[in-house]
Design a protein. Structure first.
Length: 81
């Protein structure tokens, strides 16, 4: 049984590694994982491709990686997705 930690300032779930990934960022990661492009993710989620790009930039910074593929790999490693 694993407990869920919550960041008291943001109210968001904190992963065991201390990284805060929002629900929307998790959605983006899951679509990247199945091979969708920014344009495809934008269409699926009903947001602009620029917003998808911003989510990916935030995700890569939070996870300390350089690429989309590394972000997915790291998120799986950390049980984020």
């Amino acid at each position: 049984i694993s407990a869920v930690a919550v960041d008291h300032e943001s109210g968001k779930e904190v992963q065991p590694c201390g990284v805060i990934i929002t629900d929307r960022e998790k959605e983006v990661l899951k679509w990247i994982q199945v091979g969708k492009s920014n344009w495809e993710i934008a269409a699926i989620l009903g947001i602009s491709p620029f917003t998808v790009k911003n989510h990916i930039c935030k995700i890569t910074r939070k996870l300390g990686v350089q690429t989309r593929g590394h972000a997915v790999s790291r998120a799986i490693e950390l049980n984020i997705i």
